[in-house]
Design a binder for this molecule. Structure first.
Ligand code: FAD
Length: 405
């Protein structure tokens, strides 16, 4: 067997290498990552790493011994700069050329930037994608200091929660009419909004940050809102989404449309080039069409699919998408796609929360707050496309695991 080269060294890359070895792949595996640190788990950056509960060494995806024991060559601090498809080689930023039998693009995504000259130059304006982003942000979490979070998506809200717990005064500015519009249903968004407001966060919905002012030292000190309110601030965090890193694919002639296009086997149009994780746009097996997902479950699921293809046992990607977010002491988990639903059934009692998204009586998606047991049951219900009557789903006296046949 020949060698597999993996461009990127995040979740999808490391899981591809692990799945290849688990599947008995005996050829060379080389992982190339442009960040100069042992591959780590990104979700911690806006949660336990930011709050100081976990140190850098505790967020590594795998210990160094995993790479040594499994003969996975890790090239860190270098990027793959080009792909030569006819020659089946990649070129690294320090000039090395590597031949591949199969190439896996696992290049992830970058933060969407808010174009503004103050934001571009100020040292107290932070985006959160990499460890190098999170380290300086962590040092700005100081009790009594003021933080403005631009964007009410999961990453911004997680940062807001950690900052609030650190005793900061926090304002979240969201342009849309509600939080989490892209990723969560109305009911869960409302639950999260109440969580933040209950914790003392000033959540401004339907509001845009119109202008920023820096002081003489180049720090952003004021945010002017569209309604002309002026917020004095010590730290600005921008969380307005991500852009897939698809330049490498585009430059070597592969098709890119808001992500590297792959089929259900995570293969590009070139049979020996796969793409996995946040950088891909892939077929949605539930509804048809193409979609892009930004989650650990997708990165890991696609990694297994690409590995199975390389191992000569191709299996299509048919995992039901799921996601989690932790804010304060609550963990919100979502499984499935709510877009096709025509009604939502919510059950709440004593701080418990579950929302079922139905198309007819078929459960398309479920949100659960906190209970991993309920969530495990919810995953089964969605995967089985189970039908349950709305009054059954709404009844908090019927534990969710009892609804699974
Ligand atoms: C702060 C934060 C919190 C999150 N929380 C959650 C959560 O709670 N739950 C959840 O499910 N998901 C969460 N996510 C999303 C999740 O982390 C991503 O979906 C996942 O990391 C995607 O993995 P990936 O390997 O595709 O991409 P990435 O993790 O982005 O890894 C890609 C790597 O490739 C590198 N790279 C890019 N181009 C090149 C190149 N040309 N050469 C070499 N290296 C290159 C990048 O620098 C990066 O290191 C969170 C993300 C962030 C940023």
């Amino acid at each position: 067997m020949g060698g597999v080269v993996i461009a990127g060294a995040g979740q999808a890359a490391v899981d591809t290498a692990a799945a290849l070895r688990m599947g008995g792949f005996e050829g060379e595996i080389t992982l190339i990552g442009d960040e100069n640190v042992l591959p780590y788990s990104r979700p911690f950056l806006s949660k336990e790493f930011l709050s100081g509960k976990k140190a850098e060494a505790q967020i590594a995806l795998r210990p160094q011994s995993f790479y040594d024991d499994n003969a996975v060559r890790l090239v860190l601090g270098q990027s793959v700069v080009s792909v030569d498809r006819p020659k089946q080689t990649v070129k690294l930023s320090e000039g090395e050329e590597l031949r591949y039998t199969d190439l896996v693009l696992a290049t992830g995504a970058s933060t969407r930037q808010l174009p503004d000259p103050v934001l571009e130059n100020a040292s107290n304006v932070h985006y959160v994608r990499t460890l190098a982003d999170a380290v300086p942000l962590r040092s700005e979490l100081v009790a009594e200091a003021r933080m403005c979070v631009i964007g009410g998506g999961y990453v911004g809200l997680e940062v807001a929660a950690v900052a609030r717990e650190a005793g900061m005064s926090v304002t979240v500015i969201e342009a849309g009419p509600r939080l989490l519009a892209r990723v969560a249903g109305v009911e869960l968004a409302e639950f999260v909004t109440n969580l933040h407001r209950g914790a003392g966060v000033d959540v401004r919905l339907g509001m845009q940050a119109a202008a920023f002012r820096a002081d003489g030292a180049g720090r952003a000190v004021e945010v002017t809102l569209a309604n002309e309110d002026v917020l004095a601030t010590d730290v600005v965090v921008v969380g307005i989404g991500i852009v897939p890193n698809a330049g490498l694919a585009r430059d070597c002639g592969l098709e890119v449309a808001d992500g590297v296009l792959v089929n259900e086997y995570c293969r590009t149009a070139e049979p020996h080039i796969y793409a996995v994780g946040d950088c891909t746009r892939h077929p949605c097996f539930e509804r048809g069409g193409l979609r892009r997902l930004e989650s650990i479950s997708n990165a890991s699921g696609q990694a297994r699919v690409a590995a199975s293809g390389i191992l000569g046992q191709p299996a299509p990607y048919t995992s039901t998408p799921w996601f989690w977010s932790t804010q304060y002491k609550k963990t919100m988990r979502t499984v499935g796609l709510r877009n096709d639903s025509d009604k939502t059934i919510v059950r709440t009692r004593d701080g418990e929360f579950a929302a079922f998204y139905l198309a007819g009586d078929t459960i398309m998606a479920v949100d659960i707050v906190d209970s991993p047991r309920d969530f495990a049951a919810a995953k089964k219900l969605v995967a089985a496309k189970a039908s349950r009557a709305p009054d059954v789903l709404a009844d908090p006296d019927l534990p969710i695991p009892t609804l699974v046949e």
